[in-house]
Design a protein around this ligand. Structure first.
Ligand SMILES: O=C(O)c1ccccc1NCC(=O)[C@H](O)[C@H](O)COP(=O)(O)O
Length: 227
């Protein structure tokens, strides 16, 4: 049971209890090199780069490449898209060389698979969405990122959702997102026991500009929750 891929979310809790496994951390929506390097130095496991032009956190290819190259080894570079033209994804893959893709729109499983690159799929949670079935459709994904459902705003909203809608038997590693910040992340980790947490608005001074102290506090609080 522990090693099966059937109950990934529940397994994360068991591993945490018996091995002191730590919760992974993704800081998303970085637009400045200094913010990305600071997040990595504070202990972020992954950095999210938004390639979605309507987002205030959208970055140009060249900035993506610069941030990616500035990051030290063993920090996962995540390129984020929302229903992008596949040619745009290919361009980012060639120019920025991310380690992981994040699909935050209505991309089909076939769409996500076509690039042959590890990916995570986002789901915007609302009552009636069967998350177990949804995760099963994207069985080859590296994780399922759960975010708030806000009509007209695919992500980066700063709003949370009802965590009681998260099933225990999710067949993918759970990445908890939506409205997290340094004040609530400890409670979130201890309540939901996700594989990872993801944050954008909650560690910003303004959209795309990260607050160094909030980033440090957020990462520290995740560590406190794990202990
Ligand atoms: O960050 C954005 O601007 C964004 C825009 C469109 C789609 C996704 C976007 N961000 C995705 C993320 O992974 C965010 O970290 C996630 O939505 C949580 O955001 P927040 O509630 O602001 O912490």
């Amino acid at each position: 049971m522990l090693m099966s891929g059937v109950c990934q979310h529940h397994n994360a809790l068991i591993y945490k209890v018996i091995t002191f496994m730590r919760t992974r951390i993704k800081i998303c929506g970085l637009t400045r090199v200094a913010d990305a390097v600071h997040a990595a130095r504070c202990g972020a496991d992954a950095i999210g780069l938004v390639f979605y032009p309507p987002s205030p956190r959208h970055i140009a290819l060249e900035q993506g490449r610069t941030i990616s190259r500035a990051l030290p080894a063993f920090v996962t570079r995540v390129a984020l898209f929302v229903d992008a033209d596949p040619a745009q994804v290919e361009t980012v893959l060639t120019d920025v060389r991310p380690d992981l893709l994040q699909f935050h729109g209505d991309e089909s499983p076939e769409y996500c698979r076509q690039f042959g690159v590890p990916y995570i799929k986002a789901a915007r949670v609302k009552a009636g969405l069967n998350l177990v079935q949804y995760a099963a459709l994207y069985a080859d994904a590296q994780g399922l990122l759960l975010d708030a459902f806000v009509p007209g705003q695919p992500g980066g909203t700063g709003l949370s959702f009802d965590w009681t809608l998260i099933p225990e038997n999710l067949p993918l590693p759970l990445i908890l997102s939506g409205g997290l910040d340094p004040e609530n992340v400890r409670h979130a980790v201890q309540s939901v026991h996700p594989w990872a947490v993801d944050v954008s608005s909650g560690v910003e001074t303004s959209k795309g500009i990260k607050d160094a102290a909030k980033v440090a506090k957020f990462i520290q609080e995740v560590g406190n929750a794990d202990r």
